[in-house]
Design a protein around this ligand. Structure first.
Ligand SMILES: NC(=O)C1=CN([C@@H]2O[C@H](COP(=O)(O)OP(=O)(O)OC[C@H]3O[C@@H](n4cnc5c(N)ncnc54)[C@H](OP(=O)(O)O)[C@@H]3O)[C@@H](O)[C@H]2O)C=CC1
Ligand SMILES: O=C(O)C1=N[C@H](C(=O)O)C[C@H](O)C1
Length: 273
């Protein structure tokens, strides 16, 4: 069965990578719409030209409502406000979504998820296979080492990233907190400075680095007396995220209404590796 995909934010860093990932995917996934803001200078450009591959007959447009009539899934890597607006339109049109946008507040997240009563939504802070395997390893390490270790999360990204900590770092924090029965909102510390006092064991600290063209590095540090364990993932190309998102699009097009993530796509839910 063919899955017709639209990309919101088609000219962005991830948008262009998604065009490439669809071009290299099996014929069963096709690009049917490429969307950008009305004020974008790229309106009317061919999506193939955005990635330097020559025309492919899909023209960049701002008309999401019209695009929703000819696609099965919208892939959205944009901003929280844009994602909320597109989710409303997708729910009204009955079009499934794959969403990679990070930085949603908890109320924005709740509003987004409410649309899962009408359409299939697959949202993940990270669509790479490696990070999704890392989530399982982190849970396993937290279970095994538990309250005998201090756990902090360190992430590094390119200088253009606008949200911190990264969505992936926050997901890793959720995995640790859920595994150890902690409430992340109560134990998270975002950076340390000044007279911080000694570190409480249950604290989960986040450290953020921004610079250059770092695609995305994440480390969860389990520090004990006399030893430490580090679980690290490093992305060296956005293609790792884009391939995962395209795989998720083909998957979510076949699902009933509901909220899903990349663990569901990979069949990792509640399953040991
Ligand atoms: N889950 C995952 O695996 C990953 C998630 N991300 C997340 O994806 C998001 C995008 O990242 P990235 O591609 O680097 O960012 P970019 O800024 O490069 O791309 C975002 C694109 O969306 C466009 N856009 C913004 N608002 C609208 C709108 N209302 N309608 C149409 N287009 C719009 C932007 O246009 P303009 O420039 O004109 O504003 C831009 O082209 C971030 O939240 C990031 O954290 C990134 C990588 C992987
Ligand atoms: O903005 C990015 O670039 C990335 N964002 C995601 C996040 O916030 O975790 C995923 C990836 O690390 C790249």
């Amino acid at each position: 069965m063919t899955t017709r995909v639209g990309i919101l934010g088609a000219a962005g860093r991830m948008g262009k990578m998604l065009i490439e990932a669809i071009a290299e995917s099996p014929d069963s996934v096709v690009l049917a719409a490429a969307l950008e803001r009305p004020e974008s200078t790229l309106q009317g450009a061919d999506a193939g030209e955005l990635i330097g591959s020559g025309a492919i007959g899909v023209v960049v447009s701002a008309d999401l409502a019209a695009a929703l009539q000819r696609i099965d899934v919208l892939i959205d890597f944009t901003t929280p406000d844009a994602t909320l607006e597109s989710a409303r339109l997708c729910a009204d049109a009955g079009v499934a979504m794959v969403v990679g946008t990070t930085g949603l507040s908890s109320s924005q997240e709740a509003e987004f998820r409410s649309h899962g009563s009408r359409i299939a939504l697959c949202k993940a802070s990270n669509f790479s296979s490696g990070v999704n395997v890392a989530f399982k390893l982190i849970a396993e390490a937290a279970r095994a080492m538990g309250d005998d270790v201090d756990i902090d999360i360190i992430e590094a990204h390119h200088r253009h990233k606008v949200d911190a900590p990264s969505g992936t770092a926050l997901s890793m924090g959720e995995v640790v907190a859920d595994t150890l029965g902690r409430d992340l909102s109560q134990v998270a510390v975002y950076g340390r400075e000044g007279q911080t006092g000694a570190r409480p064991r249950e604290q989960i600290g986040f450290a953020t680095i921004r610079g250059g063209d770092i695609v995305g590095d994440h480390t969860v540090l389990f520090a004990a007396d006399g030893e430490r364990l580090e679980i690290t993932h490093k992305a060296s190309s956005r293609m790792a995220f884009a391939r995962g998102a395209v795989r998720a699009a083909a998957w979510v097009a076949q699902q009933p209404a509901g909220c899903y993530d990349m663990q569901d796509v990979l069949g990792f839910r509640e399953k040991a590796l």
